[in-house]
Design a protein around this ligand. Structure first.
Ligand SMILES: C[S@@+](CC[C@H](N)C(=O)[O-])C[C@H]1O[C@@H](n2cnc3c(N)ncnc32)[C@H](O)[C@@H]1O
Length: 314
């Protein structure tokens, strides 16, 4: 089918002046053999592609796609394709807080992780965000039908996530169960404290603690996907008081690599001014991971060019 993929205005907000390049990169990661022709009609941007009908659901899950049209002669037919997510978008989008990772770039990171990870047919993927904040990545993972875990050092994150889910599940009448507990002994610092939410047979668990101890905090589980937006900028200054997350990532790296199962993939979203892509590359190659061919740099401001880097555990 000859298709036109309409780019969402949200993609412009997420990827700034580089939205076409990022869309192109995301598309090609999924369909490396396919020709892509960008086109602007009036104020609307499209990617023109040619693909089989069975790809429609996958296409509708690409982070930049707002709509899919089929070309028939000089007519454009809207294709009514649902992305088929298991939970409503409000779970990801309704929470607003300082330091939240953009929803689309988070979806992009998960999509690219799925492309490169080895996930058996019928297997329910497990995703870990080892620096989870209030859970944008975990909530996306849940919408994709995965089991989601997160680790976050900020104790306030538990209450933030709980409040959000309480409100949205009530508004949207979504059945779920909530429980709390500790990994290890309960303590005043709340290290190891977790909130767990059960939606049908899928689980989301956010645990408070230091990501250097990711193995203990996830009780030795192995994950198909580790997806993380590294701390950057002043609101995420690390405990060491530096804006560069490289030192903390270096200390976390052995635990993160351990948490990955064979065939699993690590996706990092980072500000390429610090750490440089080459530093992350060196760090995780030294840890035995294999870099995968993907980048999607987009300038957000004078001091931030956000990008993604992907590694696989072979
Ligand atoms: C960019 S934010 C992630 C935001 C998250 N994706 C969201 O949308 O809510 C990075 C997070 O890493 C956390 N962090 C930094 N160092 C950490 C560590 N050593 N262990 C656990 N979390 C850490 C910070 O507290 C911050 O919440």
């Amino acid at each position: 089918m000859k298709l036109k993929l309409l780019l969402s205005p949200l993609a412009k907000a997420a990827y700034f002046g580089n939205y076409l390049e990022v869309a192109h990169a995301e598309f090609l990661a999924h369909y490396p053999e396919c020709d892509v022709r960008p086109e602007k009609l009036a104020t609307l941007d499209y990617l023109n592609v040619e693909l089989y009908e069975e790809e429609l659901q996958q296409l509708s899950r690409l982070s930049f796609v707002q709509g899919i049209f089929k070309e028939e002669g000089d007519k454009l037919i809207v294709l009514n394709q649902e992305p088929g997510f298991v939970l409503p978008e409000e779970l990801v989008y309704a929470a607003k807080y300082q330091g939240k990772t953009n929803e689309l770039v988070t979806q992009l990171a998960i999509n690219i992780g799925i492309v490169f990870a080895s996930i058996r047919e019928g297997e329910v993927p497990r995703l870990l965000d080892p620096m989870a904040g209030r859970g944008t990545t975990m909530l996306w993972a849940l919408r994709y039908g995965m089991n989601a875990s997160g680790i976050e050092q900020d104790r306030k994150a538990l209450a933030g996530l709980h409040q959000h889910l309480k409100k949205q599940t009530k508004l949207l009448r979504i059945k779920h169960q909530h429980s709390q507990g500790f990994i290890g002994r309960s303590n005043k610092q709340q290290r190891g404290k977790f909130d767990q939410f059960q939606f049908a047979d899928r689980t989301l668990r956010l645990t408070i603690g230091d990501s250097r101890e990711a193995g203990n905090l996830t009780q030795g589980k192995r994950f198909h996907l580790l997806v993380c937006d590294l701390p950057y900028g002043i609101q995420h200054a690390t405990t060491e008081g530096t804006r560069n997350p490289l030192p903390v990532v270096r200390e976390c790296a052995p635990a993160w690599v351990d948490c990955l199962r064979k065939g699993g993939v690590l996706v990092l979203i980072f500000n390429s001014y610090q750490p440089a892509r080459s530093d992350l590359m060196q760090l995780f190659v030294e840890q035995g991971l294999q870099p995968q061919d993907f980048s999607a740099p987009h300038r957000m401001s004078e001091s931030i060019v956000r990008d993604l880097i992907i590694f696989k555990k072979i």
